[in-house]
Write a protein that binds this ligand. Sequence first.
Ligand code: ADE
Length: 232
Amino acid sequence: MRIDILTGLPSLLASPLNDSIVKRSQSKGIVEIVIHDLRDYSLQNQRSIDDYAYGGGAGMVMSPEPIARCFDSLMDEREYDELIYMTPDGTTLNQPMANHLSLKTNLAILCGHYKGIDERIRQHYITKEVSIGDYVLSGGEIAAAVLTDAIVRLVPGVLNDETSALTDSFQDDLLAPPVYTRPANFRDWEVPKILLSGNEGAIEKWREEKAIERTKERRPDLYDRIRGNEED
Ligand code: ADE
C-alpha cells in the first residue's frame, strides 16, 4: 500500500509517522508513506500556498494551484483509490472506515489549514472527506497521522500477531476487556484469579463478559447497537 500525504507543514508529520508500528510497516516494505510539501508546488515567488478569501472575512484560504499541481503529478504516476481531505466537516472516522481503507492500494490524503481549501478542489479532486471527531484542530496534519495510523496497523503483515488487530476495541463493536501483566500481586492489588487458572475456555468467557460489561457501562450506544443486531 502507498499513502501520499499533501501538507503545507511537513515537519508536523515526520515524528508520528517515523516511529513504532507505522515506521515498522515502512521498514518491512509493506507500506510506503510519502509526504509532499505543497510549497514545492506553488508558482508564487514566496512559495505561498494561501490567499485572502473572496468576499472578505477573517482567515486565509489554501489556494487551488499548489494542491491541484501536486495531485496531478501523483495521478500521472498511478491510479488512486481515494483522494481524501481531512476536515472537521467530513465523515467521522470509525473502525469500519479504517478497515475498508486498509484494503486499498493507493491513497492520497490532503491536510487543510487556515480557513480551509478552495472549494473547487473539493468539487473536482477530493473523493472522500474525513473528520477525526467533533472538534477543530489547527490543521489536518495530526488528523492525517491518526487516519494513517488507524489504517496502516490493519494492513496484513504489519502487526506481528495477526490476531491482535482483530481483538482491538471496536472490531466486533465491543470495547476490549481489561488486561494484566506481572506481578500477580502489585501493592496488594490482585490479578483476577481466573486469568491465572490456565483454563482457556473459562478465560475466554470471562473476557467476553468483561467486554460486554465495559461496553454497556461506557458506550451504551454501541451496546444497544449490538443488541439490535442480535435481535434482527
Ligand atoms: N482539521 C481540523 N480539524 C479536523 C478534524 N477534527 N478532523 C479532521 N481534520 C481536521
